[in-house]
Every structure is written in structure tokens, then in C-alpha cells.
Write a protein that binds this ligand. Structure first.
Ligand SMILES: [Mg+2]
Length: 238
């Protein structure tokens, strides 16, 4: 087993260790159901659909995504406020309450993928050295790491909001390699984001493994070529 594994593995957090996407639809639905009665003629479904549509547009731009994820709660408030304004229901205070409710529900719902924690324990038993490389806001990422006691697995934890730049910036990978004193050729990176986790790592000479947690296969529009595709972290240790 050990012979097939590298000296070090870098791991992404959201949608790699923690199931981030799995609760999105339910949490928006719940938040919309709670606040729709205060928003006039609109059904919860209409508000939900409008938020999801505007949200897709909002997060579809790389620069907006970066700004937004570094101040996630604020970004969600802006998304809901603008959605309601476009619907003709300009109610900023309700928009903020709805967005905040969604943020609370998302954080409560976020759990490790089945088998993920066991896989991390197994990798440490095999003396594979681990680093966590995550984009996003420092406070919320630290809160997730603390809640799930993830710090025990990692020699270094690099968070975009603390480091100053995020994946796929090569500096993230180079810094992690330097801190760990490992060479790219003896390192793997595992994550769900083809640009950030796979292409970013490959640019630094690290083997890029795509975590296809939804089992959808590579998107038709994708140009990134993962060195390996896994369905769960368990695949690394079985
Ligand atoms: Mg991720």
C-alpha cells in the first residue's frame, strides 16, 4: 500500500473532506420558506428559483467569486438583496435575515463525507504527510476545521484568507512544498475543483487528483486533465 502512495498529500477542504454542496438546495429552500410570507405575493419556490439563478451568475465570475468567498456572509446578503430588488420586493432587512439564516443552516449541515475521516486516519497510520490547502475566509474555514477537529491530521494548514492568495496561484503550492520540505514529484494534490486543485497543482509539478464527489465525470467544457480521478478519499487507501 505505502509503495503506491507518495511522501505527502495536499488536500482541499470543501467538497473534498467536508460535504459542502450536498446541503445547498435544502438550506435555500428552508430559508426561503421561512421568509417568503414576509415578501408579498411570491411563493418560496419563486424566491428560491430567483436566488439560485442570480447566485449562479454571481459566482460564475472569477473575480467576484474571490471577493465573495473572502466575505461569504456579506456576499450572500448582497445576492439575496439584489434578487429581491429584481423581483420588485426591495426589502433589504428581510433579505439579510434570509441570507443569514441560509448561512447558519449551511454551517450546521456541513459534515465530512462518509469515510473521509477514516481515510485521513489511515493515511496518517501509513505515515503519509498531509497538508490542507483551502480557499476562502479565514474565520469560517478555521471554524469548520475546529468543529471537525481536522487540525490533528495536518502538518500545515494554508487558508487563502490568511495567506493572502488562493489556489490556483502557484505561490500557494510552492509555499506548501517549501514548508513541508517535500519535492513536487513526491506530492499529490486532491480536490474537487479542476482549476484550483488539479490544474493549479499540476502547474507546480504536483500530481493532480480530481475528487469527483458527485460521480458526474469530467464536464464537457473541461480542458483540465487530472492525473487520476477518485470518487471518495477512501479510494486513496483501498
Ligand atoms: Mg473544494
Amino acid at each position: 500500500m505505502k509503495a503506491q502512495l507518495p511522501t505527502a498529500i495536499f488536500l482541499d477542504l470543501d467538497d473534498t473532506i467536508l460535504d459542502d454542496t450536498g446541503s445547498v438546495a435544502r438550506c435555500w429552500r428552508e430559508a426561503c420558506e421561512q421568509y417568503a410570507p414576509q415578501l408579498g405575493p411570491f411563493t418560496p419556490e419563486e424566491i428560491n428559483d430567483a436566488i439560485r439563478t442570480y447566485s449562479s451568475w454571481y459566482w460564475g465570475d472569477a473575480n467576484r467569486h474571490r471577493q465573495g468567498r473572502l466575505q461569504l456572509e456579506l456576499a450572500r446578503r448582497e445576492i439575496v438583496e439584489e434578487t429581491l430588488r429584481r423581483l420588485g420586493a426591495e426589502r433589504p432587512e428581510i433579505a439579510h435575515q434570509l441570507a443569514d439564516r441560509y448561512s447558519v443552516l449551511r454551517e450546521e449541515a456541513m459534515e465530512p463525507f462518509p469515510g473521509a475521516i477514516d481515510a485521513l486516519h489511515r493515511l496518517r497510520e501509513l505515515e503519509i504527510r498531509l497538508a490542507l490547502l483551502t480557499n476562502g475566509n479565514a474565520i469560517s474555514q478555521r471554524r469548520k476545521i475546529d468543529k471537525h477537529q481536522l487540525h490533528i491530521f495536518f502538518e500545515i494548514i494554508l487558508i487563502e484568507g490568511e495567506f493572502g492568495v488562493g489556489k490556483p496561484d502557484k505561490r500557494v503550492y510552492l509555499h506548501a512544498l517549501e514548508q513541508m520540505k517535500v519535492r513536487p514529484a513526491e506530492t499529490w494534490m486532491v480536490g474537487d475543483n479542476l482549476e484550483w486543485d488539479v490544474a493549479g497543482a499540476q502547474q507546480a509539478g504536483i500530481l493532480g487528483i480530481w475528487h469527483d464527489f458527485q460521480g458526474t465525470g469530467l464536464p464537457a467544457s473541461n480542458t483540465v486533465k487530472p492525473d487520476r480521478i477518485i470518487r471518495s478519499l477512501t479510494d486513496l487507501v483501498t
